[in-house]
Design a protein around this ligand. Structure first.
Ligand SMILES: C[S@@+](CC[C@H](N)C(=O)[O-])C[C@H]1O[C@@H](n2cnc3c(N)ncnc32)[C@H](O)[C@@H]1O
Length: 255
């Protein structure tokens, strides 16, 4: 089937690793389940995957052009309704068995996954589920070339420590968007460090974890003050940001 899309949603469709992770997770349902919400449906691709397993799918998309594409792409399926609205301003009439929400980005800083789910979870049945189920964030020390916060799309950097997990979220829990943590990383060589690299893994469900791919959580590089280190030095870092408030909310410093 050929999907009409905007250029951004076309790039999302081209990321096969991203799509196959969602396809597999949705395909684990038995079928004939009452209701699913597809939040931020974009071109409608995830509703298209959901249509064989759920009796009713309500797909919500804030972008008018994308919602028109989704409506057109999905018009042959009478169990899907596409609504052009901001989920944050939308109160659903019924409780769903499943919420699918792909508003993911590295560490959930730049997109609205956390505020949208905090709002939409009120419309999830008590035994309802969310895809993805959550995320795992890892951090490592690097020497990077650029001095601004940027995603790793071909960025040049040298790794200076092993990656460690610094946070995990289960989307069924209530999540405070204001995030702060401190961690210690061990330098694995002599040299100069000047940044952090954050990598996010997406837990689609208990069985499927997706690593970063071009359109799903590419690694994020964050500058730190330049510091000379020796092998096995322990480096203490404080990191804070507001999930859903953009990369400008990131603050990272040694302590
Ligand atoms: C990463 S895209 C995913 C699109 C599609 N689900 C897919 O997997 O290809 C996230 C989508 O969420 C939409 N979005 C972001 N915030 C939203 C909000 N508050 N309400 C509704 N849609 C939103 C964006 O416009 C975008 O289309």
């Amino acid at each position: 089937m050929k999907f009409k899309t905007t250029p951004y949603h076309h790039d999302l469709l081209k990321d096969e690793d991203r799509l196959s992770a969602f396809f597999q997770a949705i395909g684990e349902y038995d079928g004939n389940i009452d209701l699913a919400y597809d939040l931020g449906c974009g071109s409608g691709i995830l509703s298209y995957f959901l249509k064989d397993y759920f009796k009713e799918i309500i797909a919500v998309e804030i972008n008018r052009k994308a919602s028109e594409c989704a409506r057109d792409n999905l018009k042959a399926f009478d169990n899907i309704e596409v609504i052009n609205r901001d989920v944050l301003q939308y109160d659903f009439a019924k409780k769903a068995d499943l919420i699918v929400c792909e508003m993911l980005d590295t560490a959930l800083i730049d997109e609205e996954e956390v505020p949208v789910l905090n709002h939409a979870k009120r419309f999830l049945k008590e035994d309802g589920e969310i895809i993805p189920q959550g995320i795992i964030n890892m951090v490592e020390l690097v020497n990077m070339q650029r001095d601004n916060i940027h995603w790793d799309e071909g960025a040049v950097y040298e790794e200076f420590s092993k990656p460690v997990v610094y946070s995990e979220f289960n989307f069924l829990d209530n999540i405070n968007p204001e995030f702060e943590t401190s961690f210690t990383l061990k330098s694995k060589r002599d040299g100069i460090i000047n940044g952090l690299k954050i990598t996010t893994f997406t837990k689609l469900n208990d069985n499927i974890i997706a690593g970063p791919s071009p359109m799903l959580n590419p690694p994020l590089l964050i500058p730190l003050k330049e510091k000379s280190v020796k092998v096995n030095d322990l480096i203490n870092v404080n990191l804070k940001y507001i999930m859903g408030n953009g990369i400008e909310s990131i603050q990272a410093q040694y302590y």
